[in-house]
Design a binder for this molecule. Structure first.
Ligand SMILES: [Zn+2]
Length: 45
């Protein structure tokens, strides 16, 4: 699974193998890598 999102429409990039790096929604070729959704709980005791 990819963690890339379109910089234009924020669509999740799914078909890299089929389409290459191109958004299937808007055709944009600019993407940014999304960080894994790790929730950090900061606690100060
Ligand atoms: Zn797009």
């Amino acid at each position: 699974m990819s963690d890339y999102r379109c910089a234009k429409c924020n669509e999740h990039l799914r078909n890299i193998a089929a389409l290459g790096f191109q958004c299937e929604k808007c055709g944009s070729r600019i993407f940014f890598k999304e960080r894994p959704n790790i929730k950090k709980v900061l606690k100060s005791d």
